[in-house]
Ligand binder design. Sequence first.
Ligand code: NAP
Length: 345
Amino acid sequence: MSPALREAAPERPDVWVGATAMAEDVLLESTSAKFMQAYYTLLHLHRVAVTVVVVVPDGVTDLDEDCANTVATIINTNKPTLFAEFGRMYRLEGKVVLITGASAGIGEATAREFAAAGAHVILTARREEKLKALAQELSSKYPSVTVHTVGLDVQDREAVQRALASLPANLQEVDVLVNNAGMVVGVDKLLDVDPKGIDQMFNTNVYGLMYVIQAVVPGMKARNRGHVINIGSVSGKQVYSGGGIYCATKHAVDAITRTLHLELVDTAVRVTEINPGLVNTEFSTVRFSGDKAKADNVYKGMNPLTGQDVAEIIVFAASRPDHVNIADLLVFPVNQADSRTVHRA
Ligand SMILES: NC(=O)c1ccc[n+]([C@@H]2O[C@H](COP(=O)([O-])OP(=O)(O)OC[C@H]3O[C@@H](n4cnc5c(N)ncnc54)[C@H](OP(=O)(O)O)[C@@H]3O)[C@@H](O)[C@H]2O)c1
């Protein structure tokens, strides 16, 4: 609820109008056609970047034209205040964003954030049914946004090349690549780690990331426009016992990202690395082969980051002005200070 908006409506203190970016719930307790018309006009004007939340007092079932006009006037009068705050979102409107690993966790939340900001999203992961469900949700919530799904295992170089070469014509020019697909297997020490796990971690986190870069970034370079956002980890900055291979893959992501930045410095293509600490997603469940109790233990007694927390940072980086490049960002939950230093209640 915006105090500025509430103050702007002294003559109608019984109607509050607030606006929030990407609010989940729209509370409409009126059936007034006039009112609905004003509401939809506003949504149309501002696409999906702003959801208007209107709270009408109990007992009011119909609102007159005067009220509908008041709603519209309040919003319009306060546009500078409101939309300065959310203006960054407009930079993403109509952009084409490709997200790997969009079926869960950080990638899924990132897809929601970009779609809410009016960007067209290409969702990729192996679990196509999850992508389809997400696409359905986003398409019905944001009709002006194109949502395209691609079932894809990033470990398969030819499949990556094929899939990205056959994107629909209107989505071929990717503006933002969120290279997020990644995973970890187990907590075995280096002398015991299963070679299959080594392959899977390197094939996904390093080779897969490189295959996608090689399929997408040449186009960005040729257009002299684009943004590569690689999801690294605190494990790409530090190491810990029991995470040697995962840390090695994320150190590789760090090296690749920094090198790519150097190699694209004479272009307008931006390169960003976002390195989270503990995030409560499916990540630990995958690590412990589906053992939810073990996974939950990772976050016991502390308040981890959520996929949404990281998604907001990704969208923040992507929505900076074109000349601003957030190169490297390390983000922890408040009670984590490095890979292993976590305060638990
Ligand atoms: N969670 C954390 O604490 C944490 C911390 C630092 C960094 N990270 C990094 O953040 C990224 C996202 O992880 P998350 O926490 O969101 O984990 P998550 O919930 O397990 O999501 C991982 C995503 O990657 C996809 N994926 C895995 N292997 C894939 C493959 N071979 N091909 C295509 N997609 C694949 C998964 O989709 P499918 O299974 O459907 O393919 C899923 O959508 C990873 O790079 C991870 O290393 C996570």
